[in-house]
Design a protein around this ligand. Structure first.
Ligand SMILES: NC(=O)c1ccc[n+]([C@@H]2O[C@H](COP(=O)([O-])OP(=O)(O)OC[C@H]3O[C@@H](n4cnc5c(N)ncnc54)[C@H](O)[C@@H]3O)[C@@H](O)[C@H]2O)c1
Length: 332
C-alpha cells in the first residue's frame, strides 16, 4: 500500500489534493503534517475518521517531526509554506522559518529514508515579472517579495540536495490557483466575499497586473502526474493560458454574482508588486501529458457558487482584518 506524506494539507491546495487522492485510489494512505496556523482543520473535517487518512499536528521547523513523519513514506508532497505575500511584507520572519528552514528539515529527513519521490511545490513567482513572452524552467530566478524569495531559496536547496545527496526531488511551479477552500485573504475569495458583503473590491495600483489562473483541481491532477512520471531533479511549470488583469477578474466575479451595488475601488499599490507573471508549460504538457480540464469562466463560476453555498466555512475566517483593502500596511 502506497504511503504518501502531504505537508501543509490543511491549506488550500493541499486539502484539495488530499481529497482528490483519497477519492481516486482505494489503497493510498495519507499522512498530513500541518501546524494548522494558516491552514484550516475544517478543510478536511469530512476525512477525520477515514481509515486511510491521518493528521499529524506539527511544525516543519522541528527536524525531529520531519524525520518521524517521513520515516516510512513512499512519496512526500511538500505544500507547507507561509503563502500570503501581503503578510510576508508586514512580517517576513515566519516565511523564512516555514518555507526555508522547514523545507531544509524535510530534505534532510529524505536523505535518511528510502523515499521514491519528493515533490516540492513552488510557484511562478520565483521567476519574477515579465513584460512579454513567458519564462521556461531554465529561466533565471528573480523574486521580488519576501515570500517569493523564500520560495526561490527553497528551490535552490532542492537542486543542491538532488545533486549532492541524490534526494529524489522534483520541483513544480504553478501559476495562481483558485477554487474551493482558499483562504479569504487571497484575491479571488476576498473579491467574492467583499462583493457578498456589498463592499467594493480593492484593486492594488490600478488593477492592471496580469496573472495566469489555474483551477486547483487541474493543478492537483498535475501533481499526481508528477508522482507517476516526473523525473527526479527536474522542474515542471504548470500554467493554463488564463492571463487576465486583476480588474478583469474582479469584473467577471461581479458578473457571476449578478450583484449591482459592488464595484471596484483603486487602492495604493503594494510594495514590490510584480506586474505580470507568465510561464510556459510546454515541457510539462509534452513530457507528462498534462493539460487543464477546466475553462476559466466555468471554474470561476463553480468557485463563486462554492463560496456562496459555504458561508459556514468562510464566516469564521473572514474578519475585517482579513478582508482589509490594504493588508500589507498592518504590522502583525
Ligand atoms: N495558492 C496559489 O495560488 C499557489 C500558486 C503556486 C504555488 N503555490 C504554493 O503551493 C503551496 C500551497 O499553497 P496554498 O495556497 O495551499 O497555501 P495555504 O497557505 O493555504 O496552505 C499552506 C499550509 O501550510 C501549513 N504550514 C505552513 N508552515 C508550516 C510549518 N512550518 N509546519 C507545518 N505546516 C505549515 C499551513 O498551516 C497551511 O495549512 C505553497 O507552497 C505555495 O507556495 C500556491
Amino acid at each position: 500500500m502506497e504511503k504518501v506524506v502531504v505537508t501543509g494539507g490543511l491549506g488550500f491546495i493541499g486539502s484539495n489534493f488530499i481529497h482528490q487522492i483519497i477519492q481516486s485510489s482505494d489503497h493510498t494512505r495519507v499522512t498530513n503534517l500541518d501546524y494548522g496556523k494558516s491552514g484550516n482543520a475544517a478543510n478536511l473535517r469530512d476525512l477525520r475518521r477515514h481509515p486511510r487518512y491521518r493528521l499529524v499536528k506539527g511544525d516543519l521547523s522541528n527536524p525531529r517531526t520531519c524525520q518521524e513523519v517521513s520515516k516510512n513514506a513512499d512519496y512526500i508532497v511538500n505544500f507547507a509554506a507561509e503563502t500570503h505575500v501581503d503578510r510576508s511584507i508586514a512580517n517576513p520572519g515566519p516565511f523564512l522559518s516555514s518555507n526555508l528552514v522547514g523545507f531544509y528539515n524535510i530534505l534532510e529527513a529524505c536523505r535518511k529514508s528510502d523515499l521514491q519521490k519528493l515533490v516540492h511545490v513552488s510557484t511562478d513567482e520565483v521567476y519574477g515579472s515579465i513584460d512579454s513572452g513567458s519564462f521556461s524552467e531554465q529561466s533565471p530566478l528573480s523574486p521580488s517579495s519576501p515570500y517569493s524569495a523564500t520560495k526561490a531559496a527553497a528551490d535552490m536547496l532542492a537542486r543542491a540536495w538532488h545533486e549532492t545527496y541524490k534526494v529524489p526531488v522534483v520541483i513544480v511551479r504553478c501559476t495562481n490557483n483558485f477554487g474551493p477552500y482558499q483562504h479569504p485573504e487571497k484575491f479571488i475569495p476576498k473579491a467574492i466575499l467583499r462583493s457578498l458583503k456589498k463592499m467594493k473590491i480593492p484593486l492594488y495600483g490600478g488593477g492592471g497586473q496580469i496573472r495566469d489562473w489555474t483551477y486547483v483541481e487541474d493543478f492537483c491532477d498535475g501533481i499526481s502526474k508528477v508522482l507517476e512520471k516526473g523525473a527526479s531533479g527536474e522542474i515542471y511549470n504548470f500554467s493554463s493560458g488564463n492571463e487576465f488583469t486583476n480588474r478583469q477578474v474582479a469584473e467577471r466575479i461581479i458578473r457571476h454574482l449578478g450583484v449591482t451595488e459592488t464595484a471596484v475601488v483603486d487602492v495604493d499599490d503594494r510594495p514590490g508588486h510584480d506586474f505580470r507573471y507568465s510561464i510556459s508549460s510546454v515541457k510539462t504538457r509534452q513530457q507528462l501529458g498534462w493539460q487543464p480540464r477546466h475553462s476559466f469562466d466555468q471554474a470561476l463560476g463553480r468557485t463563486v457558487d462554492w463560496y456562496v453555498n459555504n458561508s459556514s466555512w468562510w464566516k469564521p475566517l473572514a474578519s475585517a482584518k482579513v478582508l482589509s483593502a490594504t493588508p500589507w500596511k498592518q504590522g502583525d
